[in-house]
Design a protein around this ligand. Structure first.
Ligand code: FES
Ligand code: FES
Length: 163
């Protein structure tokens, strides 16, 4: 009798401070787990290859495309999605600025952009124009032409006071 290959694995993942004990296929990507098992829909599927930024989440505070990560490999990591940062003042400032500058149109790219912008301003509060552009270069936005998000992030940078 041939041995059956194991296809599902136990995974303990910490998302937005909550510990989830899951059983997932070995090939399941974190993006799928977030959306289909945990019902956290801010991270979106765009390209599936790490190029568009729509699925970006924070892994140990770093913005990372969740479509590239295997869920079973996340056991030691702290995952944060936009839903887990509702009380974050910098994120609130960015959201306000995006609204004021019309930087979110269809909004598909917006959660990923917000997380990357927040990370940049936290790690580099006086980021230059070219640093802002470089950060945005890992995100594809089909609606805004990038100028409005750049304006929105620069506006927060110019007024941001660390709590
Ligand atoms: S869906 Fe992950 S980077 Fe595009
Ligand atoms: S606002 Fe539509 S893709 Fe960016």
């Amino acid at each position: 009798m041939p041995r059956l290959l194991k296809t599902h694995y136990s995974a303990v993942v910490t998302v937005n401070g909550h510990v989830h004990r899951l059983t997932v296929p070995g090939h399941e990507r974190l993006l799928t787990t977030l959306r289909e098992r945990l019902h956290l829909f801010s991270a979106r599927y765009g390209c599936g290859t790490g190029h568009c930024g729509a699925c970006v989440v924070l892994v140990n505070e770093e913005p990372v495309p969740s479509c590239l990560l295997l869920t079973v490999r996340q056991q030691k990591n702290r995952i944060q999605t936009l839903e887990g940062l509702k009380k974050d003042s910098l994120l609130a400032q960015l959201m306000t600025s995006f609204a004021e500058e019309h930087a979110a149109q269809c909004g598909y790219c917006t959660p990923g952009l917000l997380l990357s912008a927040r990370h940049l301003l936290k790690t580099c509060p006086s980021a230059t124009e070219s640093q802002l552009r470089e950060e945005l270069s890992s995100h594809i936005c089909r609606c805004t032409g990038y100028y409005a998000p750049l304006r929105a992030i620069a506006k927060v940078r110019d007024s941001y006071a660390v709590d």
